[in-house]
Write a protein that binds this ligand. Sequence first.
Ligand SMILES: Cc1cc2nc3c(=O)[nH]c(=O)nc-3n(C[C@H](O)[C@H](O)[C@H](O)COP(=O)(O)OP(=O)(O)OC[C@H]3O[C@@H](n4cnc5c(N)ncnc54)[C@H](O)[C@@H]3O)c2cc1C
Length: 568
Amino acid sequence: MSDTPENISLIEQLRTVVGSSYILTDEVKKQPYCKGFRFGSGHALAVIRPATLLEIWQALEACVAADVAIIMQAANTGLTGGSTPDGKYYDRPIVIISTMRIDSIQLIDNAKQIVGLAGSTLFGLEDRLAPYGREPHSVIGSSCIGASIVGGICNNSGGALVQRGPAYTELSIYAQIDEQGKLSLVNNLGINLGESPEEVLTNLQQQNYTEQDVKHSEKRASDNEYHERVRDIDAKTPSRFNNDGRRLFESSGCAGKLAVFAVRLDTFPVPEKHQVFYIGTNDPAVLAKIRRDMLSSFKSLPVSGEYLHRDCYDVSKKYGKDTFIVIDKFGSKYIPKLFGLKRYVDRIASNFKFLPSKLSDHMMQYFSYLWPNQLPKRMDAYRDQYEHHWILEMSNQGVDEARAYLNDTFKEQSGDYFECTQEEGDKAILHRFVAGGAIGRYHAMKSKELGAVMTIDVAFPRNEKDWFETLPAEIDDLFAAKFYYGHLFCHVMHQNYIVKKGVDAKALKEKILASFDARGAEYPAEHNVGHEYFAKDALKGFYKQLDPTNAFNPGIGKTSKCKHWNES
Ligand SMILES: Cc1cc2nc3c(=O)[nH]c(=O)nc-3n(C[C@H](O)[C@H](O)[C@H](O)COP(=O)(O)OP(=O)(O)OC[C@H]3O[C@@H](n4cnc5c(N)ncnc54)[C@H](O)[C@@H]3O)c2cc1C
């Protein structure tokens, strides 16, 4: 299919737009862009890596004229296959537009807001804001491996921050394809940038505008109501989830059904005071009580509260050690380079049958054994004593509130806590964030003995008290391992199961999801539907309204992959 005259002509046009070095048509070279981080893969006619916003626009014009499907891709850290093609069965060729070369971040109003261009990253944003004493809207597990600002908005990504909620803005600039198949540019950034797409996109890229061109309106540049929702602990619904129509707006939650050039977002002051508390208990009801007490009665909301079960602690300690050490010693900036190197090693190794698949994982795992224990002694002592671990981060007046509350609570409740030193706090949080990748490594290392991995990203109702899963024995017996971690204040849990060899993981997942339905839970909570979960009506309707011809990211949320949403 790739060598039809139409496709050859399109490839030539795209080559003219981005230059020969930035169009990939070789299967092996396209692979990192065609395969998801954890889920999904498929075929693309070409991958292009534009250098400017204008090049994106020109590439879109060529793709629309050639009537191909388009997948917008940022760092490709999405976990549900939403940034890559899905299998073979599309009615048109697909072009992937990778935006990561366009990474500039512009500051507005003395860094109170930012404009992030399509490939700018969350860790780039942390660095950019630090001199101004400000912080990003969002901190997610993949911030440290290069996730983008725009990918987060398009996914309504969640993450750790209790006060700020899902990534959300009503201020963005994007291209849309209408019912008649016409491409147009919509500038809702609230910045006067000119008229024609060429003028607007070049002015934006070159930051050719003044503070007078920036309008300040009622439009939201973050989910500034989330703090009220999360505090409502008796509500029967989850505080946030991807199918929630509340936070779907143009680029926010669009999952690639538009082509987003840039988003404008609020930033937040770095707190003057900051403290991490490490909590351990063997009774999940104790954590439920603390969650309810803090959300309902504390004057100051926690910054974050990251939960980790003991089994997850162990897998993260052993199989996340290399990632932990690289980030701890060299910083997040090295992680994308490391992933690039990893892909290179695996690509070379795939040519030699006698080498194990995922050779890079095996090599990095063995190297990590040479390094001494990376975790603080007090955390390891809690690991031996307690099954449930909760890393509580407080700021400003919340520090004293938490100190007094925890001191009183653990006089009566089972379990204990300690106040982390700066080093302990940083390591505790990093240990939690490497858990997701560590589970993948564990599975890669033991793939001969184990069945499939099943991952579930679930949001429990705010009033749920039995948040920790207890499975009936006949289901529990089918698992070789279970790993639980999550954002406990928001009741967003990542439940990862590895089934025993021979077990039908798909059927089992259906059973577990049905049990979540019965509890009023929603899924996915924050990883977005991708090609793994169904989009419910609100989300499906939103996608259809954004993209009436179904030209962008077709099939997302298990919807039609065909032109005009044709179901056949
Ligand atoms: C280790 C790890 C930890 C994670 N932790 C979290 C977490 O704590 N919370 C959380 O919510 N998620 C988490 N994730 C999931 C993922 O990182 C987030 O969804 C992230 O926001 C995706 O960003 P990205 O830059 O990789 O986007 P991509 O994966 O490249 O894209 C995400 C979606 O946005 C669309 N998109 C990207 N760019 C554009 C554009 N310019 N225009 C239109 N659409 C576009 C894509 O088509 C896709 O649908 C984690 C992932 C990993 C691997």
